[in-house]
Design a protein around this ligand. Structure first.
Ligand code: ZN
Ligand code: ZN
Length: 131
């Protein structure tokens, strides 16, 4: 099993207690907001500010270790699930659920006209109301 500190080193990132804790937190739960991650990291290592959590999540996202889901009207969520998937999102409460992608490789949504783009993937958010 690859540990969080190995992953950080492989991406050329400095290994800090907060970064390791954030990766560990996201291993156990998906779709957490920055506030939720800051709270969980604090439980593990004692103290970290929300501002510091924003910065470390930016670094982890830029390095590809974490994926950010931007939801209009709700705080961004973070997850570590690497395989292609889409999301069901509730416009009422912001609840987010994973749905599998129907394609193993490449985008599962096909465009009538790619306009010259080399399309690598598609991210779909299915908006509606949760049960
Ligand atoms: Zn809802
Ligand atoms: Zn997800």
């Amino acid at each position: 099993m690859t540990t969080a500190s190995t992953l950080l080193r492989e991406q050329g990132l400095r290994v800090t207690a907060a970064r390791v804790a954030a990766l560990d937190v996201l291993d156990t739960a998906a779709h957490l907001s920055t506030d939720e991650i800051a709270t969980a990291v604090r439980e593990r290592i004692g103290s970290v500010s929300v501002q510091a959590t924003y910065h470390l999540l930016d670094a982890l996202t830029a390095a590809g270790l974490v994926h950010r889901v931007d939801l209009a009207g709700f705080p961004a969520r973070y997850e570590r699930r690497a395989t292609a998937h889409h999301h069901l999102a509730c416009r009422g409460c912001g609840h987010l659920v994973d749905v599998d992608c129907s394609a193993e490789d490449g985008p599962c949504v096909h465009l009538a006209d790619r306009q010259g783009f080399a399309v690598e993937r598609a991210e779909v958010i299915f908006w509606g109301l949760c049960p």
